[in-house]
Design a protein around this ligand. Structure first.
Ligand code: ZN
Ligand code: ZN
Length: 354
């Protein structure tokens, strides 16, 4: 087996890298273990988390940092202890590339690795159990532990599979966990990469979906994807009163603490569930207790999905022909792509292609 490939990618060296100042360079992947897979990257989606990390928005980033955690490519080296993946297989890696994986860890042993309280290893900007650093997918190659490497079903194109591995699973897992199905009325606040996946999954599960956005410029897209209703909060007077109590479940995807959360909560009916995905850098959410009390509303959060949920999602996507709206861009244009992503231009996910 030829091992003469080099790990190269777009590296952020300081917070200014988030403004389109990543630099191309070599990096040293974690030391090889026989449970690992090396992937020749063909596609990598651009996630909002990439920008938070490049600019140290959630705390100090370990620079140099190569972001990207919606990785698809071909396995080119497979450890002797890896099961179910072979050289040449089309595979993917999402936002998490390892956890403690100990038998006595309640979460890891019950298939909830994404909530492992002991060791949560991100696909980039994290330290592996063997001390090596993790590097993401704006790159030529990726090395990840096989427990978090997934075979991509033939029916799903790589450009569609890549964004499923973070944006897709982040919205799929909570819909399933909260028993979304026929009759469920789902509201989606923030109609971007995650939001448009949420809409497509919910629709495929038989739910009715209302998209809630500031303006109506994405209204036609939302209806084309299967939304039944669209609320433009900056354009419709009394939108909260007129739509009060109309939803069972709300996905809150925006990363700002300065949003009309009481009004959003008023859209829920009794026993409704408000699920927060976005993690604002600008402070805590302020929720009046009355918003929870009057209708026995539940407020919760959600973090990606587990390996078994990711496998289930890929199967579901293949069977239901789920196709996210993506725009492919050459890997060489990654800097421009993250600037355009920051400016909200993505309709609805950028995918870098090698
Ligand atoms: Zn992500
Ligand atoms: Zn664990």
């Amino acid at each position: 087996m030829s091992l003469d490939y080099k790990f190269e990618g777009w590296l952020g060296h300081d917070p200014s890298s988030a403004k389109g100042k990543m630099q191309w360079g070599f990096f040293e992947p974690k030391e090889w273990e026989e449970t690992d897979v090396d992937i020749k990257i063909s596609h990598c989606g651009i996630c909002g988390t990439d920008l938070h990390n490049l600019r140290s928005g959630w705390g100090p980033t370990i620079y140099p940092c190569c972001v990207g955690h919606e990785i698809v490519g071909n396995a080119i080296r497979v450890g002797s202890k890896v099961e179910g993946i072979h050289i040449g297989d089309r595979v993917g890696v999402g936002a998490q590339c390892d956890s403690c994986c100990e038998r006595d860890c309640e979460e890891c042993s019950s298939g909830n690795e994404n909530y492992c309280p002991r060791k949560w290893i991100g696909t980039y900007n994290a330290i592996h159990k063997n001390g090596g650093k993790s590097y993401g997918g704006y790159a030529t190659y990726n090395r990840s532990p096989s427990r978090f490497v997934f075979k991509i079903p033939d029916a799903i194109e790589s450009k569609h599979a890549a964004p499923m591995l973070c944006a897709g699973i982040t919205t799929y897992a909570p819909l399933k966990r909260n028993n979304c199905g026929p009759g469920t009325k789902v509201g989606i606040i923030g109609f971007g990469g995650l939001g448009h996946f949420g809409l497509m999954w919910a629709k495929a599960l038989g739910a009715e979906v209302t998209v809630i956005s500031r303006k109506s410029d994405k209204k036609d897209d939302a209806f084309e994807m299967g939304a039944t209703k669209f609320i433009a909060t900056a354009e419709e007077e009394n939108w909260a009163i007129r739509n009060a109590g109309s939803l069972n479940m709300i996905f809150s995807i925006l990363s700002s603490s300065k949003l009309p959360y009481p009004e959003y909560l008023s859209l829920l009916c009794k026993d409704g569930t408000f699920i927060q995905f976005g993690v604002p850098e600008d402070g805590p959410l302020t929720i009046p207790a009355i918003s929870l009390v009057m209708k026995r509303v539940k407020m919760t959060g959600s973090l990606i999905g587990s390996p078994s949920e990711i496998r289930e999602m890929l199967q579901f996507a293949a069977e239901n022909v789920i196709k996210p709206w993506v725009k492919e861009l050459p890997m060489k244009d990654a800097n421009q792509a993250i600037v355009d992503m920051t400016d909200g231009k993505a309709r609805y996910r950028y995918v870098l292609v090698n």
